[in-house]
Design a binder for this molecule. Sequence first.
Ligand code: PBG
Length: 326
Amino acid sequence: MIQRPRRLRGNAILRKMVRETRVDKSSLIYPVFVREGENIREEIPTMPGQYRYSMDQLPYKLESLKKAGVESVIFFGIPDKKDENGSGAYAEDGIVQRALRESRKQFGEELYLITDVCMCEYTSHGHCGVLCGHDVDNDPTLMLLAKTALSHAQAGADMVAPSDMMDGRVLAIRNELDMHGFTKVPIMSYAVKYASGFYGPFRDAAGSAPSFGDRKSYQMDFHNRKEGIKEALTDVEEGADILMVKPALAYQDIIREVADRVELPVAAYSVSGEYAMVKAGAKLGYVEEERMIAEMAIGAYRAGASVYLTYFAEEIARLMDRGVIG
Ligand code: PBG
């Protein structure tokens, strides 16, 4: 008798029946850039189809996401003013804090609001913390990150997501939140975050490229796997609720290993460069956009992610409606 795996591939209904990886719209998180100003919806040059929204334009985007079935967003703020200490990150009337209040007012509990907790969009030098000479000073930065997370929770964030990669920040944030009664606000830590060329368009979008040096002293070296697992385990101990691996595409081995090793949900972040690459390739007619979006998404879930952050969230929701992704 010959084995006939093809038997399961001949019929479209059957093919769907036996799919090993299934995704749900509720696992998608859409990253949104919020900026100061009025009546602004400006396209990000290196991310065609993605925009920076001023507060008054934001609800239109949120509404459209909601209609498509995407209920979770993560906010990134683009402030007008930056300073040495990134004070806009934790200002009560900061851009993210206002976006949270406004979104909550308009959408109540219908959307799940997450915030990126980092300093790099708010510091004049573009690094993810306060500096001591040319180095980011880890421990003083922890206080500011905790303060930022707290200000987000106070403004109505459902969840906070520290992306800075300072040592000890999950614990610092957890303590600060708990001390102020926000014991129920979960932390999704960017646990395994590599120093990556794939962040290029994001830095363009957020104006957060470091003015000198790079982020290699705090983000991870992409040659390393075990170090990533160690980062993940440390964040579990410090009290993280969801662990994120970032980028997604070139790091599926890391997603798989973290998912196998920890008893927490794993999130994969398909970052700006992954988005830009697909868009550029499709525009040139070199690749088929929809098929690539689908494979990248399913690849992340198949690798073990149960949450997926992507600029393609709305497109993916539509691909699900059409049965291209199941
Ligand atoms: C902030 C932050 C970055 C991203 C998410 N949070 C940029 C960076 O670390 O340089 C990148 C997201 C993307 O590329 O889509 N630290």
